[in-house]
Design a protein around this ligand. Structure first.
Ligand code: TZP
Ligand code: MG
Length: 210
């Protein structure tokens, strides 16, 4: 289970930091700091505070879109969209040890990603699986069948994103994704720790049929 933060839904920057801490307590496996509206300095400050909140938890910090910010704060990874710095250049800047994710929202983007040199991208974020108010410029939803088709062709692990709730985790796993990323299912919940715990347990229990 992968938390993506939204500063509005989390109740401001302090809410992002607290939600990240609580989600780590609740068992999420990664936290991505995402704030397309923040200035560079605001995002560096936010990511630094989240890095401190996650220190000692073992939960990796991933930065959405911004290679410069990921480098500046010493993040564990970056998650790139289709309009961000290209993954080959990002890999050259980071070297082999930083995790690079790439968003894919259709088969054409997947085909392009398949042409990248091996080792460039570690993970694909696939979605939106469902329509979601959390990303206003999201591509059309791929659904669970679209997710499965992309996971099947992907040489690297896929994480599903977009409108994922606890009830969807079995379908996400059955589609072949290694994880699910959520904003609203954790951010802004009255008890993010409990929400994260329920999702983490739900994921572990949602073993697809053999
Ligand atoms: N990318 C594709 S959908 C999405 C992002 C960042 C938003 C996911 O938010 P939610 O609330 O889990 O649907
Ligand atoms: Mg992006």
């Amino acid at each position: 289970m992968y938390l993506v933060t939204d500063t509005g839904q989390c109740g401001g920057p302090a809410g992002v930091v607290e939600t990240a801490r609580q989600a780590a307590d609740g068992g999420v496996d990664a936290v991505q700091v995402r704030d397309p509206h923040a200035t560079t300095r605001e995002l560096v400050a936010l990511a630094t505070a989240v890095r401190e909140a996650l220190a000692g938890t073992g939960v990796p910090l991933i930065i959405n879109d911004r290679v410069d910010v990921a480098l500046a704060v010493g993040a564990d990874g970056v998650h790139l969209g289709q309009r961000d710095l290209d993954p080959v250049t990002a890999r050259a800047l980071f070297g082999p040890d930083v995790h690079i994710g790439l968003s894919i929202s259709d088969e054409r983007e997947l085909t392009e990603a398949l042409g990248l040199p091996a080792g460039t991208v570690d993970l694909l974020g696939v979605g939106p699986v469902r329509d979601t108010p959390s990303k206003t410029d999201a591509a059309p939803a791929v659904g669970f069948d679209g997710l499965a088709a992309i996971c099947r062709r992907s040489p690297v692990p896929c994480v599903a994103i977009g409108g994922i709730k606890g009830d969807d985790l079995a379908a996400v796993r059955a589609a072949g994704a290694v994880g699910a990323a959520v904003i609203s299912a954790i951010c802004g919940r009255p008890d993010p720790t409990a929400a994260a715990r329920a999702l983490s347990r739900g994921w572990a229990a949602a073993v697809p049929d053999a």
